[in-house]
Design a protein. Structure first.
Length: 201
């Protein structure tokens, strides 16, 4: 079994989840959003479309024509740029950036992470302070539509699921136009240069 703290050495306790990485195999997203207060303290552009069950923290800005679906939590001092699409069941930590035209779905984004424009990130956990470059695709479903599982050096570390993206460690960086296959793990402080295709651990 992979030690999550090798991938996320600086992970902190989250007030809603406890230590998310210790709970990964049994994470219950329904439980996370049940009873969550839906408050909006940020500055939201009038053309943005925000679901009714969305929490936005103080100091966060949401740009023109951004869309945030129900069951999303966005932390403080974040920047959601124009035309970004944040799909349901996404948690964004404090001081994160979602770039222009980026699409993220069912993602846990740790504090300080940045996702640049025109990217897709699905069903993934993105570590603290990590950087996802322009045009990156973090694929979340196998081409043959078979089940996916995160696998470390010692084998499977999470339940097999229909859609699984990537575990990207703290302060990792993915250059422009990188593609990751479903179920990829990228360790803390790893840099992946532009245009690469990443598989496995």
């Amino acid at each position: 079994m992979l030690d999550y703290h090798l991938v996320f050495p600086l992970v902190e306790k989250d007030p809603h989840l406890g230590d998310i990485f210790d709970r990964l195999p049994v994470l219950d997203w329904d439980d996370l959003f049940r009873g969550m207060p839906h408050t909006r303290f940020g500055l939201v552009h009038p053309t943005a479309v925000i679901g009714s069950r969305v929490t936005i923290g103080e100091g966060t800005t949401v740009g023109p024509f951004a869309v945030i679906e129900d069951d999303c939590i966005i932390g403080e001092r974040c920047e959601i740029r124009s035309h970004a699409l944040i799909r349901a069941r996404t948690v964004i930590g404090n001081q994160c950036v979602i770039g222009h035209g980026a699409e993220i779905k069912h993602v846990y984004l740790c504090a300080g992470a940045k996702i640049q424009g025109h990217t897709f990130v699905g069903d993934s956990i993105i570590g603290r302070g990590s950087r996802i470059g322009t045009g990156v695709v973090i694929a979340n479903r196998r081409f043959d539509q078979q089940p996916v599982a995160w696998r470390g050096p010692d084998g499977q570390i999470a339940n097999t699921q229909d859609k699984v993206g990537a575990l990207i460690g703290d302060y990792a960086r993915l250059g422009a136009n990188v593609s990751t296959n479903p179920g990829v793990i990228i360790g803390a402080y790893t840099w992946v240069s532009s245009g690469n295709i990443v598989t496995g651990f």
